[in-house]
Design a protein around this ligand. Structure first.
Ligand code: ATP
Length: 234
């Protein structure tokens, strides 16, 4: 049986008639830790949104466990096991932490799982979403996505703008999720962080995959990736 969980085949997608994602083909195996890197505006967010069914797909196919999902709406893809933590942090500012979590529940999930993963959210359970720090909001956004029981989780620059101590804690959570068998796709601008997490790295430029390599190879030769996409190496 194939070990491929998610497959994109010649995908062209964007907004209205504009093509942002240009002929992307990609296979993600079950349990893989994949990082997507690239400069601002190259289409990383759009690629995740396309997988989630939130953009206009002009061509190509997307398959989950071999079944075409191209024509499915976003909520149907979520039901089938694709979860996303958007760059904008997906929380309701006017609801409490607990209410936010309850809104993310589905059959078989419990908010205690979220509190176990993020004890800080338990301490803040009665606080409004808007009163949380950036790090706490990100924890809530991740926790909500996980309550949907995704098999594959798409993380869009989840560490952006957060304090180093929070980044380290969240990175620990991402490793824990992957160790438990989740397939994790991390969009990350900083190569050091991407390599610290992923087994495989793909680089996007102008909506196309321009480079793909095992992280272990890149760790010993980071400048190669830098040469391809001109990212800062750190
Ligand atoms: N809702 C939208 N409507 C129209 N164009 C959009 C929309 N969102 C993004 N774009 C355009 O699509 C292109 C790719 O943007 P995208 O946000 O996917 O890039 P990115 O690599 O994620 O960038 P960043 O690292 O800054 O988040 C950009 O030219 C952007 O202006």
């Amino acid at each position: 049986m194939s070990n491929i969980l998610l497959e994109l085949d010649g995908v062209v997608a964007g907004y209205g008639d504009t093509h942002v994602i240009r002929n992307v083909s990609l296979s993600i195996t079950k349990g893989q830790r994949l990082a997507i890197v690239g400069r601002n505006g190259v289409g990383k967010t759009t690629l995740l949104s396309t997988i989630m069914g939130q953009t206009r797909q002009h061509a190509g196919a997307i398959r989950l466990k071999g079944a075409a999902i191209t024509s499915l709406a976003s909520h149907q893809r979520a039901r089938l096991g694709i979860g996303i933590v958007p760059q904008t942090r997906d929380i309701f500012g006017s609801l409490t932490v607990e209410e936010n979590l309850v809104a993310g529940l589905r059959d078989g999930s419990s908010i205690e799982e979220a509190f176990e993963l993020f004890p800080r959210l338990k301490e803040r359970r009665s606080n409004g979403g808007r009163q949380l720090s950036g790090g706490e909001q990100q924890m809530l956004s991740i926790a909500r996505a996980l309550l949907g029981k995704p098999e594959i989780i798409l993380l869009d620059e989840p560490l952006e703008g957060l304090a180093p101590v929070i980044c380290e804690m969240l990175m620990g959570v991402f490793h824990k999720l992957a160790d438990k068998g989740h397939t994790v796709v991390l969009v990350e601008q900083h190569i050091g962080l991407a390599l610290g997490f992923a087994e495989r790295v793909i680089a996007l430029d102008q909506g196309k995959i321009v480079f793909e390599e095992k992280a272990a190879v890149l760790t010993s030769n980071r400048t190669e990736l830098d040469r391809h996409i001109g990212l800062s190496v750190r």
